[in-house]
Design a protein around this ligand. Structure first.
Ligand SMILES: NC(=O)C1=CN([C@@H]2O[C@H](COP(=O)(O)OP(=O)(O)OC[C@H]3O[C@@H](n4cnc5c(N)ncnc54)[C@H](O)[C@@H]3O)[C@@H](O)[C@H]2O)C=CC1
Ligand SMILES: O=C(O)C(=O)COP(=O)(O)O
Length: 615
């Protein structure tokens, strides 16, 4: 995270006033400034283009000048209470701003100075927040499971990764569900309040037994299955409804998966454990309550919005639902005059499901690691709005990721001005089984390569597919099996831009598509085909592609023109159809030749067309 650049000594009146010799190295000075911005290099996956205000500069003497080394650190805003272990990890890597209970306005005011935001369920991360971040916010970390408080669409549109901590609070939530189940059945909270009010009401608080009763677990995921396991230990008969849960996982803990209607009509207790989504919103409504077994008891540690709260009050009032135990509410904090909260047959807790010491330390570490990884440009395993790709697959694909982006960038530079790109066909040649080759990242990087040079949109793995769709860019993928080494994931990547005109006609295939192909050789991405011409060019720096008549002297003429302008040639490759016929010459150059130099190259009689490309 440290960068360096050569700069003159700042022209402040008295540099000594803010330059202090380091205690250890006399030639080392440091000073602070909040105005200096340091641009970090870009990561291939998240395409981070972060600009950090740095707090710490170090000036080192470097020859006759001074070298400013900026220890650039990202800034992480922690907007809700987070366990110390997670904060400690974050502080090692970033400037950490813990500011709790921010209003939306305060959050929006801060966010443009932050690279990451960490929240729990109490902060609404709305489209306004992403807009206010002006593209700087790269990661939102949800220190918990439910991400219904984060606007995923807005995050994706702005290329902001959302990660959560899906595992560390499972047991805490399940234990809280069981705590509510038991407390409700035996009126623990009501009896406690009554006694504290000076009463001794043994007859009023007669409860119901759990043993032999049927519990319907709605949502058989991580929390739901842990609740089921524990309820079985209490001697309950457990059934579950979850349209997406595998039956064998349920069978393994002795739970039968049933339909929604069967679950709600046979259960004595219903425990909710599904996420809040457009499909589950108000899933428990008047119609649902009309189908339940009279006197059912309901526990909700999932999300308040899954229940139509007014309908639940009605069902409690008419005895359809005997009792409810709720940890979560449609609006949180729940309004003080909420009929549901005040109902005598309702037991409530203020969203405490994940609030154990252990769970909070666990989610804090889980989210800190995910956010740090994401800020480093790694793809997080807990990404909510981007492909989750295992680390070993990522490392294997790394050179192909670079190849994919560079090929996209190159292909788009071959398009004639004014000719819009609509269709892109990507052909992967590989010896691997299609199931063994995840191309989502490659597709995203090709999209990045194609769109970024021709727009102001900043594209990364998060928003690539969305942006392509928005721009009407259709990307189709094809795999060709090639009997080659299984060691490399891919043999080649070919990009076809269909139905476009090219400013370099030789890049067009027989079918009229711009075609470029690349391969990775010794870990280095190389361009291996342009149109129907084979070349072999390292995809680095800049290149001039020329189509010329294959005859002696061309290389020398081009070399001379470039040499006269002090443009250094890094490589040269020639591909031809047949001796003395058409040839493609690819010349790598370290510097960008000026227009006059390029014009002179174009005037060489044997050169029929040429194009300058930034690789
Ligand atoms: N009260 C609290 O403090 C806590 C609440 N939670 C909430 O609990 C819920 C579950 O969390 P996890 O088990 O970790 O998530 P999970 O993703 O492991 O499980 C959710 C399950 O719900 C199922 N599901 C989705 N739509 C459904 C539908 N229409 N009907 C039935 N099942 C459906 C899914 O297939 C999945 O198996 C989440 O909403 C989460 O936010 C989680 C932790 C703490
Ligand atoms: O993880 C979840 O989904 C929770 O509901 C926990 O919420 P919290 O982090 O305690 O605000």
């Amino acid at each position: 995270m440290a960068g360096a650049l050569l700069a003159p000594l700042p022209s402040a009146a008295a540099p000594e006033a803010f330059l202090r010799p380091s205690a250890t190295t006399p030639a080392l000075y440091s000073f602070s400034s909040s105005s200096f911005r340091f641009a970090r290099s870009r990561s291939p996956f998240l395409g981070l283009r972060l600009s950090y205000p740095t707090n710490h500069w170090t000036l080192r003497s470097a020859g006759r000048g001074l070298r400013i080394e900026a220890a650039a650190q990202p800034t992480v805003l922690v907007a809700e209470k987070l366990g110390e272990a997670g904060l400690a990890l974050l502080r090692k890597f970033a400037n950490v701003d813990c500011s709790y209970n921010l209003s939306l306005e305060e959050l929006c005011a801060k966010i443009s100075l932050c690279d990451a935001l960490i929240v729990r369920s109490g902060t609404k991360v709305t489209p306004e927040v992403f807009e206010a971040s002006k593209g700087r916010l790269k990661v939102v970390g949800r220190a918990g499971v439910g991400i219904d408080n984060v606007d995923l669409q807005a995050a994706t549109e702005s290329g902001c990764l959302v990660v959560n901590a899906p595992a560390a609070n499972t047991v805490a939530a399940a234990e809280h569900g069981i705590a509510l189940l038991v407390a409700m059945a035996r009126n623990v909270a009501q009896a406690d309040a009554s006694m504290k009010a000076g009463n001794w009401q043994r007859n009023k608080y007669v409860g119901v037994s759990l043993v032999g009763k049927t519990l319907a677990v709605m949502g058989f995921g991580k929390v739901g299955s842990e609740v089921a396991r524990r309820a079985k230990g209490l001697g309950m008969n457990v059934i579950a409804h979850d349209p997406y849960a595998p039956a064998d996982r349920a069978r393994a803990i002795g739970v039968e998966l049933v339909s929604f209607d069967e679950a709600i009509s046979t259960a004595d207790f219903i425990s909710l454990h599904m996420p809040l989504t457009p499909t589950t919103a108000k899933l428990f409504n008047d119609e649902t309550f009309a189908k339940v077994k009279k006197g059912v008891r309901i526990i909700n540690v999932a999300r308040g919005g899954v229940i139509d709260e007014d309908a639940l009050v009605r069902a409690l009032d008419n005895g359809t639902v005997a009792q409810a135990a709720l940890d979560v509410f449609t609006v949180e904090p729940a309004p003080k005059d909420s009929k549901l909260v005040m109902h005598e047959n309702v037991t409530v807790t203020p969203h405490l499901g994940a609030s154990t010491v252990e769970a909070q330390e666990g989610v804090a570490v889980e989210i800190a690691e995910a956010v740090i990884g994401a800020l480093k440009g790694e793809l997080a395993a807990t990404a909510v709005n981007a492909p989750m790709v295992p680390a070993e697959v990522l490392s294997e694909l790394a050179p192909y990721v670079t190849l994919a982006e560079k090929l996209g960038r190159l292909a788009v530079q071959l398009v004639a001005g004014g000719s819009g790109i609509k269709g892109v066909k990507v052909v992967y040649t590989s010896a691997r089984d299609p199931d063994d080759l995840d191309t989502r990242i490659l597709r995203a990087m090709i999209t990045k390569g194609i769109i970024e040079p021709i727009s102001s949109v900043f594209i990364n793995i998060v928003n690539a597919d969305y942006t392509a769709k928005q721009r009407g860019l259709r990307i189709s993928e094809e795999r060709i099996y090639r009997d080659s080494s299984l060691e490399a994931p891919l043999d080649s990547i070919q990009i076809h831009l269909t139905n476009v005109e090219s400013k370099f006609a030789s890049a067009l295939s027989d079918s009229g598509d711009i075609v470029v192909e690349g391969r990775v050789k010794d870990g280095i991405p190389r361009l291996t085909l342009v149109g129907s011409f084979s070349v072999d060019v390292s995809l680095e720096g800049n290149a001039i592609l020329c189509r010329n008549v294959d005859q002696p002297g061309n290389i020398g003429r081009v070399g001379k023109i470039l040499g006269e302008q002090n443009v250094n040639i890094s490589f040269m490759s020639v591909g031809r159809t047949a001796p003395r016929k058409q040839a493609i010459m690819a010349i790598g150059v370290d510097e960008e030749p000026d227009k006059e130099t390029l014009k002179k190259i174009g005037e060489i009689p044997a050169i029929k067309e040429f194009v300058f490309l930034k690789l």
